[in-house]
Design a protein around this ligand. Structure first.
Ligand code: ADP
Length: 213
């Protein structure tokens, strides 16, 4: 498991002094207990630390991740993706805005007639166009979209955690879910088969959190 710098420091502290309470770890790091809570929870769930109520944290030499984490780590995008909200590049920016409202999405995937991925257009792209001199009724989305090959994608067999990491790292809301194919010119192209969004990640969290309730 990759630890953040702060998580590594926590582990070092617990290795050197245990049991140690969350308050004591926080004091050593000059942070509040509340700030440390997410890191302590993750380290405990991952099996790196053991939390004993009213005693404190221990380091676990041979740590086994919790079954929940093992489960989380094998989830694949294909089982959680949504149907793609897609448009063609020749529709106007105005119609793209209307489509965002009717489909209740914040980004649209731009595809060709045969569902080949061409680009993405988000709320802010359209807001930017609206602030400028763009004639929203006349200019097609193909002109202002973010286009291939700059689109960050995922595939049905990618791990949910890896796809979620892409959403975070690139600060975007939506990944088109694609399957690669080779076109008649021998070039690699991508057919859109779904979308994977921050909302999908939130739903997974809620589903796991309420399992058995
Ligand atoms: P918004 O900024 O409207 O809330 P995003 O954060 O998803 O929506 O998009 C930010 C920018 O990144 C926009 O310019 C958009 O065109 C572009 N974008 C959106 N999704 C992707 C993607 N999967 N790959 C590359 N660029 C993207």
């Amino acid at each position: 498991m990759e630890l953040s710098e702060r998580q590594s420091r926590i582990v070092e502290i617990v290795k050197n002094t245990s049991p140690i309470t969350g308050e004591q770890i926080a004091a050593k790091l000059d942070l509040t207990r509340a700030t440390l809570r997410p890191d302590l929870t993750i380290l405990t769930m991952a099996g790196v630390l053991e939390a004993r109520p009213r005693v404190g944290y221990f380091y676990r030499d041979k740590h086994e991740p919790s079954p929940l984490l093992v489960y989380l780590r094998q989830l694949r995008v294909g089982d959680f993706k949504s149907v793609p909200a897609a448009i063609r590049p020749d529709i106007s920016n105005y119609d793209a805005i209307v489509t965002m409202f009717t489909q209740n999405v914040g980004s649209l995937i731009v595809v060709s007639e045969d569902r080949e991925l061409l680009g993405m257009i988000s709320r802010k792209d359209l807001l930017k166009a609206a602030l400028g001199k763009t004639d929203l009724q006349q200019v097609p989305v193909g002109v202002i979209m973010t286009r291939m090959p700059n689109i960050i994608m995922t595939t049905p067999d990618e791990l949910v955690l890896d796809a979620a990491r892409k959403l975070m790292q690139h600060q975007i809301d939506t990944l088109p879910v694609v399957e690669g194919f080779i076109n008649e010119h021998g070039d690699e192209r991508y057919e859109v088969v779904g979308r994977f969004t921050k909302t999908n990640v939130t739903k997974i969290l809620v589903q796991i959190g309420t399992l058995g309730q």
